[in-house]
Design a protein around this ligand. Sequence first.
Ligand SMILES: O=C(O)CCC(=O)C(=O)O
Ligand SMILES: [Fe+2]
Length: 384
Amino acid sequence: MDPQDKNASTSGPLPTVATAEASIKRLRKENATLRKELESLKTSVEGASGIEWEAEMDRGIVYSDGHSSTSALSAGRLLKQLSGLSKARSEAGRIRNSSDFSYLPQPSSDIHQLEADYVRWGYCLVAEAMSISQVAAQVDRLVDQAAAERQMELEAKTDPNGSSQLVNNLVLKGQIFRNAVEFSEVAAQKGPLVDVLLTKIMGEGFGLGCAHGSIVHQGGGLQELHIDQGMMPMPYPPYPFGSLIIWCYTDFDLESGGTYVVPGSHRTASGTTSFQPSVDLLSLVDGDPGLVSICAPPGTCIITDTRVLHCGGKRLKEGTRYAMRCHYNRGFIRALHEQSSANIHVPKDVYDVLSPRMKQMMGISVYSSGQIGEQSVASLGSTS
Ligand SMILES: O=C(O)CCC(=O)C(=O)O
Ligand SMILES: [Fe+2]
């Protein structure tokens, strides 16, 4: 050992450096102990639930809710608890503007704020996502298309008294809408920011479920409270399957028929999805802040988690609420939605101008975001 350096701040003899062999031996031993510990911590899947194979085989093919052939409607059965509630609350004046609550999402361009709002409340509001002139161009085309569909008596009505109209399959009805659907800055100045957020939510290569124009006149627009992944069999994993986004073309608030939402009804802080087979949905609706109407100026893009309880709001005042609603799904989920038939027939003149991304979003081209699953195992290398 070298003589001790008297200038060193340490006192006493310097430690002896172990030889490489001794270190390797010690680390090998430590490694073996840790591996053993890990093994003992792994719980066996077998026998964990106490359910016997015989009984399970006897039950046959059933989902957890016991309705095999209609399990995709399991959320619907639960939502029956809330049937008529949005109407009753609207008539009783029990729905408040989201702007009454300073802690609820406000329009923002700050990605950290937007992500925080989305995580905490199940939605966020991208400020000035479309400019006023971009909104005007979209509304012009939508109004035109809606009039043509009425004239041909082909319009989709969502209220029996004609107080609203849906213009389905917008991707087939104009480049201006396709540009918005694929977040081009030509149609939406903050489209790229919306794209980044949706990619964070659903992963790369997410697809389009539907894109439609929503036209709501006075007295129209009210829907039953629902979640947008209701067609998925329960129980749900701790993440959303998709995201509905709403491009606000006109003002959103209680009087205008702004979307009703139960902020925070999508998940708990620990990440569990609130919407479970045993959940008391009314207690979710009556929590804090309860049922509110989203307030946002024209040009805002509302991004929602498909697990959050919400519904179309009733327009109380004169005039018309215009919006475009686009539902996106994780890439492996087939691009379809109850209101969309966009992929059943794509006219050749439209097909010819679809961008590669639009085709991918519509499920027309192969979904593959590179290496997936078993294909990528080799690239992981050895873990031992
Ligand atoms: O238009 C709205 O405000 C909400 C619509 C909605 O919830 C839906 O289409 O799933
Ligand atoms: Fe919805």
